[in-house]
Design a protein around this ligand. Structure first.
Ligand SMILES: [Zn+2]
Length: 405
């Protein structure tokens, strides 16, 4: 297998690039895996006229290793996530659940990463104990690495103890905890509990927040803390979600999928769910998965495409009109190319020359029925078998053999 080189010098020409300052039609140079101020030499040019280039998306909440586990199909709505966790325990005895969990954890983590990458998500906040498999040089996505975390105030047997973890986390790192994931008095009291513990601060990142009152939201904004919104998961577990408008207007909201145990298939589908709620525009939703996530998770070189940023990108056809609406509202097979470090990882087949220019072996696949090329480093048969909708193409060619697939 060949890993994607991290030193690609490439200039993306003719596209409209979505930057923090607006839309740029200037060529976008990439040098050694980062956006550059000027093209490097030697340089490969990619003709991207009639395309839009977005920063790689940031998924602010996932549990990567459980994305292949069948979800609980009954019992919802629950009054809080703790009731859901209780209901889940007998579910572990189901043969399909046991079979999914029998896969090695390293493989399940990679699968969760692949799920994200296929949908243009190039950086993920994984909310579980760190695992050595996450350090693999060819791990499919970048990860939030500098952070502290606890699981939840009502489930202390899992994850680092709350106050100790908060105090041990440098103030310039985000500290993450599930909070107010419910509609009952227990979860409605959680923000006050957190505050009493001294854990509500500018680096506190609260996952879910469904049980937050308007006053709670004011306290979060005043503290410069933030909330990660996972509407699909909230709706399937709890039957409702939070009103995102005040937090979004204050810049204190990002978007996460949670895992497929409760959430949407991927971050693009999560945005579709959020869009259908009608409270935020495509442009606001795009901010949640790019610039806002970058600020809240303290990832200064991600979520935008200014010089120095990681050259992780999502490329789509320009549908005309509002640029954000060309990405927010599409599904993963519609993406033209997902790029990490200036190199495509999965792309439509007419980008074959781009892969070939850097000697990246590919395998022809279909994604939800659409022909694509997948970098060989991602084409592990065991991994692909875990992902519904991703299949080796019926007509394998020599490059498939090169992948040893
Ligand atoms: Zn979660």
């Amino acid at each position: 297998m060949s890993a994607v080189p991290s030193t690609a010098n490439v200039t993306l020409c003719g596209a409209a690039t979505i930057t923090s300052a607006g839309i740029s039609r200037a060529p976008l140079p990439v040098r050694r895996g980062r956006v550059a101020a000027s093209p490097a030499s030697p340089n490969y040019r990619v003709d991207l006229r009639d395309h839009l280039i977005f920063p790689g998306l940031i998924n602010a909440h996932d549990h990567l290793h459980v994305n292949s586990v069948p979800p609980l199909r009954n019992g919802a709505p629950f009054s809080n996530s703790y009731r859901w966790i209780e209901a889940f325990q007998p579910h572990f005895d189901q043969p399909d659940v046991a079979a999914a969990l029998s896969w090695p954890k390293a493989l399940r983590l990679r699968h969760g990463a692949l799920k994200n990458l296929l949908a243009g998500t190039t950086c993920v906040a994984h909310h579980d104990p760190w695992d050595a498999a996450l350090d693999a040089a060819d791990f499919p996505v970048a990860l939030l690495r500098d952070y502290g975390w606890s699981y939840a105030l009502g489930w202390l047997s899992y994850g680092p103890p709350v106050r100790e973890s908060f105090l041990a986390t440098p103030t310039e790192w985000p500290w993450l905890i599930h909070l107010a994931e419910g509609t009952d008095a227990t979860t409605q009291a959680e923000l006050s509990m957190l505050d009493q513990l001294g854990c509500l601060a500018a680096n506190s990142v609260l996952i879910h927040g469904v049980g937050l009152s308007e006053k709670d939201v004011d306290r979060i904004v005043a503290a410069d803390a933030a909330v990660i919104w996972c509407p699909a998961s909230n709706l399937s577990l709890l039957g409702r979600t939070l009103d995102p408008r005040r937090l979004a207007a204050a810049g204190r909201l990002a978007l996460g999928t949670d895992s497929r145990l409760s959430g949407a298939r991927d971050l693009l589908d999560e945005m579709l769910v959020a869009l259908a709620l009608g409270e935020l525009s495509p442009r606001q939703l795009l901010e949640l998965v790019t610039t806002r996530a970058s600020q809240i998770l303290r990832l200064p070189w991600r979520g935008h495409l200014a010089p120095g940023a990681r050259a992780d990108m999502v490329i789509v056809a320009d549908g005309g009109g509002d640029a954000a609406a060309s990405l927010v509202g599409v599904r993963r097979a519609d993406i033209r190319a997902v790029v990490r470090d200036g190199m495509p990882c999965i792309a439509d087949r007419d980008f074959a020359d781009w892969f070939a220019a850097f000697g990246v072996e590919t395998v022809p696949v279909t994604l939800d029925g659409k022909p694509k090329l997948l970098a060989c480093s991602l084409a592990d048969p065991a991994l692909m078998a875990m992902e519904p909708g991703l299949e080796l193409s019926a007509h394998r060619d020599v490059s498939a053999e090169a992948c040893h697939v």
